[in-house]
Design a protein around this ligand. Structure first.
Ligand SMILES: [Ca+2]
Length: 86
């Protein structure tokens, strides 16, 4: 598999892993987002409720209270730009 396709696979796997821990397996709840932040982005504030709230608000673009795969991908793309100075 190509590197790019492999990376996309990992992004989807990561989403599924956290989205599958409670309720709807196709969306991330605030609890799941907190778990993801804590494990995947250590130091990003996954331990603090206010920081998780802030992150969640940023991720949940349509404001329906859950983060779907589309919103997650937008977040990952934004993060990629930030981390690479783009
Ligand atoms: Ca949403």
């Amino acid at each position: 598999m190509s590197k790019l396709l492999g990376a996309i696979g990992i992004l989807k796997q990561t989403f599924d892993e956290y989205a599958g821990t409670d309720g709807d397996k196709t969306t991330l709840s605030k609890k799941e987002i907190a778990a993801m932040l804590k494990k995947e982005l250590p130091g990003a504030g996954g331990d603090k409720k206010e920081e998780v709230d802030q992150f969640f608000k940023m991720l949940d673009e349509d404001g329906d209270g859950v983060v779907n795969f589309n919103e997650y991908i937008i977040f990952v793309a934004t993060l990629a730009l930030l981390l690479t100075g783009g």
